[in-house]
Design a protein around this ligand. Structure first.
Ligand SMILES: Cc1ncc(COP(=O)(O)O)c(C=O)c1O
Length: 350
């Protein structure tokens, strides 16, 4: 991986982790895969290697299905895990319910996302138990089917292992399946320092939306299934949704390069470090409300409008959210100078 400072430029861009470059290692892997011929639709050698490599990485036999976007990963995985009449429980802030245009309901033939409260973008095990208890019985109601946790959360916090296990245990006790939206799985893993297995199937997760694009990929995320019975018709759901890639080997090449020698975790750690630098610098400024602890690569602050205007005038790019919230997302290729520029602009305008 190139050091973030190698990418540093006049740009100070915290709009998203999607605004950055693709990792040079992944681009090189694509070029290397661009030789000769191989079977299509996942019958190729690189895709076979992905199944083997990811099974080693997760310490159990997994099935990996590359898809184009995080929304495709979430919606199609959940569609395969829930019956059309199922309730899919998620945090109120979850991307699946806030920003995917009802894709889970669409692909799931009616499956219903149902918000369950918790702190910092998480859903709490006790709140899940209450939601299931209140779901009612009989043919008038959605039937509790799946719970999905966003890791790292949509507010930049990270579920601890105990929290993941607690939610999963509660779900399993009521016969629900467990999905994880891991659009920022690498950031969460880099934060926790545990193994991919511990954060997923060993804690009760049946299927994972495995983010790559936000952390240096090009048009490639994946669904990883740990419990085959949890999503038996997934390959057909994927085909119907147009997510079975004919030239699968180019997705496979990226996935292999992504995890090679821990590249994915180094990139995520780099993004997390830039966010941590911002969080540390905030401590020296007049008190600013944070919506959640900064535990991955995102910082959410409540800021007065004139302060946000000032940041924008200084050329700092970020997203404004309703309620006076500013979102700052750190890319794997962000420089520390971007964090410092944000802090000095905040100092000027606060
Ligand atoms: C937590 C989370 N999940 C899923 C997605 C969906 O990814 P995509 O925009 O690639 O569909 C995003 C994108 O911002 C996200 O932040």
């Amino acid at each position: 991986m190139q050091d973030g400072s190698a990418f540093a430029s006049a740009t100070i861009d915290f709009r998203s982790d999607n605004t950055g470059r693709a990792a040079p290692e992944l681009v090189a892997a694509l070029a290397a895969a661009n030789e000769g011929t191989d079977a299509s639709y996942g019958g190729d050698q690189l895709t076979a290697r992905v199944q083997q490599r990811f099974s080693e990485l997760f310490e159990t036999k997994v099935a990996v299905y590359p898809v184009a976007t995080g929304t495709a990963a979430n919606a199609i995985a959940l569609a395969a895990m829930s019956p059309p009449w199922g309730a899919v429980y998620c945090a109120p802030e979850a991307h699946v319910t806030q920003s995917e245009a009802n894709a889970t309901g669409f692909f799931g033939g009616g499956a219903k996302l149902t918000a369950v409260a918790g702190a910092h973008g998480k859903l709490a095990a006790e709140a899940l138990a209450a939601a299931i208890a209140n779901a009612g019985t009989g043919t008038h109601k959605s039937q509790p089917a799946v719970v999905t946790m966003t890791q790292a959360t949509d507010l930049g916090a990270v579920y601890t292992l105990e929290e993941v296990r607690g939610v999963a245990k509660m779900a399993k006790a009521h016969g629900l399946k467990v999905h994880m939206d891991g659009a920022r799985f690498a950031n969460a893993l880099a934060r926790l320092g545990c193994s991919p297995a511990e954060l997923t199937w060993k804690s009760g997760v049946d299927a994972l939306s495995f983010g790559v694009t936000k952390n240096g990929g090009l048009l490639c995320d994946a669904i990883i299934v740990f419990t085959p019975d949890a999503a038996p018709a997934l390959p057909i759901h994927l085909r119907r949704a147009g997510q079975v890639w004919s030239k699968m080997r180019f997705a496979a090449a990226q996935l292999l390069a992504y995890v090679e020698d821990g590249l994915w975790l180094r990139m995520a750690a780099r993004a997390n470090a830039v966010a941590a630098r911002i969080a540390a610098g905030l401590g020296e400024l007049p008190r600013i409300e944070r919506l959640a602890p900064v535990e991955a690569n995102e910082v959410f602050l409540r800021l007065p409008g004139p302060v946000m205007d000032g940041l924008e005038r200084d050329g700092i790019r970020f997203f404004r959210r309703p309620g006076g919230v500013a979102r700052f997302v750190c890319r794997f290729d962000a420089g520390e100078d971007e964090a410092d520029a944000l802090l000095s602009s905040l100092r000027r305008h606060l």
